[in-house]
Each structure stands twice: as C-alpha cells, then as structure tokens.
Write a protein that binds this ligand. Structure first.
Ligand SMILES: [Zn+2]
Length: 107
C-alpha cells in the first residue's frame, strides 16, 4: 500500500520520500518541486508549501532606536502593501541573531 502525498490537501499517492527530521511520503509532482528548491516546511506530519507557508520576506531594514536600547525592524512581506514593523529590545535582537547564526551552521 502506498501512503498518500503528505503535502496539505494533495490527494495524489506518495511516490517519493522527503528527507528531513521525519520521512514523509510525497507525490512525484511535489517531490520534483522540492528537489528544484521550492520552499516547504513540516507542520506535524503535513508538508506545507505555497499559500500554506508563511509569506516570504522580500526586503528588510533595521534602524537603531534613538531612545531605548533596541531597534525597529521593518519587513517587506510578499502580498502586503505595507511593511510589517516591529520593535526589538536589545536582548531580543541578540537572541534572534544567535538563532540565525546557529541555523546557518555558523555558530
Ligand atoms: Zn502531492
């Protein structure tokens, strides 16, 4: 018996297996997209892609605060006319930088 594709809402039979923390079956079409570098993530045992994935960042800017210790981070997000702006305290900015450094294997 072949498991069905693990991509959310896909009803095709699985034919390939995605490498990752969990090995999940995916159909040939989704396997080809993943192999070609399409962004995807796992939510539980489901693979999320396209509209189910968080929107991509198309640009960003960081401005140190003139007042408190911290910075304002502006993210240009796909599908949004206005940038999302968040204030990061210095400790939050440091934790985010450490996470990104570790995630890139540079830590
Ligand atoms: Zn599929």
């Amino acid at each position: 018996m072949v498991d069905k594709c693990s991509v959310l809402r896909c009803t095709n039979p699985g034919s390939g297996t995605v490498a990752g923390p969990q090995k999940v079956p995916v159909c040939a079409g989704h396997k080809a997209l993943m192999d070609a570098g399409a962004p995807w993530d796992l939510q539980g045992r489901s693979v999320v892609m396209d509209q189910d994935l968080a929107p991509a960042v198309e640009g960003w800017q960081a401005e140190p605060s003139a007042g408190a210790d911290g910075l304002t981070l502006s993210l240009e997000v796909a599908g949004r006319a206005e940038a999302v702006r968040v204030f990061l305290r210095q400790s939050e900015a440091r934790a985010l930088a450490a996470f990104i450094t570790a995630a890139n294997g540079e830590g």
